[in-house]
Design a protein. Structure first.
Length: 296
């Protein structure tokens, strides 16, 4: 049976966010300053995706959507930079849970700029997730990570804004703007980075991050906005709350606080229930109106 638009978008965003969840671990393993990570990650993303865009003759899409493509590239460069700086100044668990505010920004921006009605189940899910996120700020040492927390919050706002922009302009080619975002973030970071002072092991970690993990994750997530509302796509960033915390805890021993664990558990439970409800409603819609597309 052919997958519906909802199912196709769901698969894309789940795979993308699972891949993205290794970001915090790789940043820790790189063992260098944040600006150097931003530089190499952005430059390598630009190289691999720019080459694919050139080979696939996708650069022509910039001519049809020049301003919206530039805006998306700027936001993606900002997101990449802010996330790295957040992880360098706070626990990974705190950062990924704070990123759970992205659905709030996506819902707000979609309502203001696109006039989209936000489903009641999505609003309820966001509200409960925010309660879970609030538990993170009850943990020990939260005040000492204020700068990292603020970077993470700014990244969440930029994520919501970019997903809404992609929803408004579905003709934007995700791969092209991600390549542009990588180049912009590298250019911003270069004056503050030390890109030629690392050993082979750390260059290897940065290569995995910039050539494979980040390009794959970002292309999948941004492409999902063609099939799902931006609010729902942003909601799936919450998977990183659990997985991103798990990787650094399990492999590096960066133990989250009890309140962070409880809050993250609430977030993931709500996300699973929200996705299940969305699939159930989609099946009902296909049974009643099989000829009518959705989220196009």
């Amino acid at each position: 049976m052919q997958a519906s638009h909802y199912q196709r978008g769901l698969v894309m965003v789940v795979l993308g966010v699972v891949c993205l969840s290794f970001d915090g671990l790789l940043i820790r393993l790189a063992r260098t300053d944040g600006w150097t990570i931003v530089f190499w990650r952005g430059l390598l993303m630009f190289c691999v995706l720019g080459l694919l865009c050139w080979a696939g003759k996708r650069l022509a899409t910039l001519c049809s959507n020049p301003f919206s493509s530039l805006a998306s590239a700027l936001l993606l460069g900002l997101i990449s930079s802010l996330f790295v700086l957040a992880v360098m100044n706070a626990n990974v668990a705190n950062v990924v849970v704070i990123l759970s505010t992205a659905p709030l920004f996506a819902a707000l921006f979609s309502r203001i700029f696109l006039g989209e009605n936000v489903a009641r189940r999505t609003l309820v899910a966001i509200a409960v997730c925010m309660l879970g996120m609030g538990l993170v700020f009850m943990g020990d040492g939260a005040m000492g990570m204020l700068a990292g927390n603020l970077y993470a919050l700014a990244a969440a706002a930029a994520i919501g804004g970019n997903l809404t922009l992609l929803r408004r302009y579905p003709a934007i080619d995700p791969m092209t703007v991600i390549a542009g975002g990588g180049l912009l973030s590298a250019a911003i970071a270069l004056p503050m980075a030390s890109p030629l002072t690392l050993d082979a092991e750390r260059y290897g970690v940065l290569a995995v991050m910039g050539l494979i993990q980040m390009p794959l994750a970002t292309v999948l997530i941004n492409s999902a906005t063609r099939y799902l509302p931006s609010t729902e796509v942003a909601l799936f960033y919450l998977v990183e709350t659990a997985l991103g915390t798990l990787w650094v805890w399990w492999l590096l021993g960066e133990t989250p606080t009890t309140s962070t664990l409880i809050g993250g558990g609430v977030v993931i439970l709500v996300l699973v229930l929200h996705a299940w409800r969305g699939l159930h409603l989609e099946r009902q819609r296909l049974q009643l109106y099989p000829e009518v597309p959705v989220h196009k």
